[in-house]
Each structure stands twice: as structure tokens, then as C-alpha cells.
Ligand binder design. Structure first.
Ligand code: PMP
Length: 363
């Protein structure tokens, strides 16, 4: 007889650290207007769409993808003005973050990030037994550089993650602030530029004279969320190490081919960035006129706003009106905030009208 004591609930087989994690949750209520995931409202223009369909249809399904994703790295490198060996693609930038932490951190090491920010830095660190030190942003969501530098000196993090423009605040940090953090960091610094295409301008290639800096970009926010393609850019020697913790064949063949074509056709994709940024400014002006709504300045394709009336009621009212936004229920400093992605002008008008009506409604 098997005398091995096994728990009756197989969930108890999981590490307690994992059991303590709340699974990443996304609201899935079907809605006509989806403004909760920072996607682009615009699919690629017809000319590019057609080419992508042909390319994807030609994928050899019985063969593994190119292990090194060579053509894709070459296309991304050309788009961003770097060498192909300075690019490391991931199945979404989430996966690149995971490979990076796995490559640089031992269990018990620390990473650091100013918060509120993109939660996956902390979640991935935690499941790898790495502590995530969080330095609070200022009340206007600015980077409190002195505080960050103090925390870096104390915690000696292996990696500092700075998302700029930041999710969910939309704030883009001044070059000098980012550079000061880089100067103070003993380990790697990831400048997460997921939303950079919607900002006034990129930082320039910080890693050229600072080989501990990595830039993280993604195609998810600019019209290709379905492909799952993010990538690290940085010093080739550092990326060669991170490459060792990347799973084999992590970028599937369809994504490799389509994302390379998208990168090679960037001039067809880019006009949507300006259209979205202009819509963001139009939305911001309308939001400023709604009593009880405080919208924060944004350089991304979304706007964070604080709602003076009950956020839960407002959220449900918007859902009933067919508009899904992101509500940070229970999150520190964000419990009364919505993050609303910039959609098409029609979608935005629908959201604005619903919000205006709801904010006027009975208390
Ligand atoms: N970084 C930031 C700042 C983000 O907001 C997101 C998506 N929410 C990601 C990374 C991850 O994007 P993806 O995995 O789709 O590339």
C-alpha cells in the first residue's frame, strides 16, 4: 500500500507563495466598446492587412519556428535603429520580463519599481522568489527621484523597472529623472517604453553609453496585441545571458512572420499613433469639463481619471451602457480611478456621453 501522505486537495501541492498570488484578472463582460486593455482601436490598414493574411497563410505548420527569430529581430532592429543582436523578443513583453528576472536574480534578491505601475513586475518577481520594493510616486504621479535613489541605496535591487509613459498613470518622466535613477542603480535598469509611440518623443538609446540599461517595447499597444510580441533592446552581452532563460521557440512562426512584416511596414502603422494622440487630447478637454472627474495628463493611449462619485456604481453604469473601462478595484491609491483607453472618435464619444450622464445622475 502507498503510505505516502498526499493532501486531498491537489492545490496544496503548489508552493505557498504561488497559492498566495491572486491570478491576473481581466474583466470579460462582453461590451460593444472595449476601452480597458490599452489596445489600439485600429487594425492595420487594408494594404498591410492583406499582406499579413497572405504571409500568415504561408506558414509551415508542421515545422518549428526559427529558434532565433532572425528575420523578426532584423526587422525590429531596422525599425528601431539598433543591431539585430541588440534585440531579444518575448511572447509579449511579459515573457521578456520573466526571462530577465530569471536570468539576473537569485531567490531572495530584490527588484525595485516606482508604484503604482504595471503590476506584472511585482507578480513575476514574486513567483520567482524575488522581492519587489515599491517606491511610491508623488501625488501628481511624478517620479520622486530622491526617494527612488534612497530606496535603491538601501535595497540594492538587481533590476529597476521604470515604465514611461507609466501604466496606469500615463505620466512620462523627464529625461533627467530617468538618467538620475540609472546613475544610482547598481544593477540593470529597464526603461519600459510600451507606450512610447504615443508620447512626444522617445528617450534615445540610453543603453549606448550605459550597458546596464535595457529598453522594453511591445507591439501590443500599436495594433498587434493578438500577435503577443514584446522585445528587450540593449547590450548584446547582457542579452546573450537573458537569452539562456528564454524558452525554446517562444515566438511562434505566425507571429515571427507577421510582426516582421509589420515592423518593415512601420510607415503604414505609424499614422494611427498621431490619430490616437490627437483623440487623447480631445478626450482630455472634454473630461476637464465634467464635474467630479479629475483626469491626469497622459502621454500614452489611455487616460487615468479619479471619479468623485462611487466608482463601483459608475463602473457598472458604464458597463450597462456598453462601455468597458478599467477600474482598479481595491488597489492602493487607485480604488476610485478608471483607466480609459483612447478608442475611435465614436467609441470615445460614447464613453464620454455615458460618463457625463452618469456623473450628473442621482446621488
Ligand atoms: N509593460 C507595460 C507598461 C504594460 O502596460 C504592459 C501591458 N499592460 C506590458 C508591459 C505588457 O505588454 P505585452 O505583454 O502585451 O507586451
Amino acid at each position: 500500500m502507498d503510505k505516502t501522505k498526499r493532501p486531498s486537495d491537489p492545490a496544496a501541492l503548489a508552493r505557498s507563495r504561488v497559492r498566495d498570488i491572486l491570478a491576473y484578472h481581466v474583466e470579460q463582460t462582453p461590451s460593444e466598446v472595449i476601452l480597458d486593455a490599452n489596445e489600439s482601436p485600429y487594425p492595420p490598414p487594408p494594404e498591410l492587412h492583406e499582406r499579413l493574411m497572405v504571409i500568415m497563410a504561408g506558414t509551415a505548420l508542421n515545422r518549428y519556428p526559427d529558434m532565433e527569430a532572425t528575420l523578426l529581430r532584423r526587422a525590429l532592429a531596422r525599425k528601431d535603429g539598433v543591431d539585430e543582436h541588440e534585440i531579444l523578443p518575448g511572447n509579449g513583453s511579459d515573457e521578456a520580463i520573466q526571462s530577465l528576472i530569471a536570468a539576473l536574480c537569485d531567490p531572495g534578491d530584490r527588484v525595485l519599481t516606482p508604484t503604482p505601475t504595471f503590476s506584472m513586475y511585482r507578480i513575476i518577481a514574486n513567483w520567482l522568489n524575488v522581492e519587489c520594493v515599491e517606491t511610491p510616486l508623488g501625488n501628481d504621479w511624478s517620479l520622486d527621484v530622491e526617494r527612488v535613489i534612497d530606496d535603491i541605496a538601501r535595497a540594492r535591487p538587481k533590476i529597476v523597472f521604470i515604465a514611461t509613459p507609466n501604466n496606469p498613470t500615463g505620466a512620462r518622466y523627464p529625461d533627467e529623472a530617468v538618467k538620475a535613477v540609472i546613475e544610482a542603480s547598481p544593477g540593470a535598469v529597464v526603461v519600459d517604453e510600451a507606450y512610447i509611440d504615443y508620447a512626444a518623443r522617445p528617450y534615445g538609446l540610453l543603453f549606448r553609453d550605459r550597458p546596464n540599461v535595457l529598453i522594453l517595447r511591445t507591439l501590443s499597444k500599436v495594433g498587434f496585441a493578438a500577435l503577443r510580441l514584446g522585445y528587450l533592446m540593449g547590450d548584446r552581452r547582457l542579452l546573450a545571458e537573458v537569452n539562456k532563460t528564454r524558452l525554446p521557440y517562444n515566438i511562434n512562426s505566425v507571429t515571427q512572420a507577421a510582426a516582421a512584416e509589420a515592423a518593415n511596414s512601420w510607415s503604414l502603422v505609424a499614422p494611427s499613433f498621431k490619430a490616437v494622440a490627437a483623440e487623447r487630447e480631445r478626450m482630455a478637454a472634454r473630461l476637464a469639463a465634467i464635474p467630479g472627474v479629475t483626469a491626469f495628463p497622459s502621454q500614452a493611449n489611455f487616460i487615468l481619471m479619479r471619479i468623485a462619485r462611487g466608482a463601483e456604481d459608475m463602473f457598472n453604469t458604464l458597463l450597462r451602457e456598453g462601455v468597458r473601462v478599467r477600474w482598479f478595484k481595491g488597489a492602493a491609491r487607485l480604488d476610485d480611478c478608471f483607466r480609459v483607453t483612447v478608442g475611435t472618435p465614436l467609441e470615445n464619444d460614447r464613453f464620454l456621453a455615458a460618463l457625463e450622464t452618469a456623473m450628473r445622475g442621482p446621488a
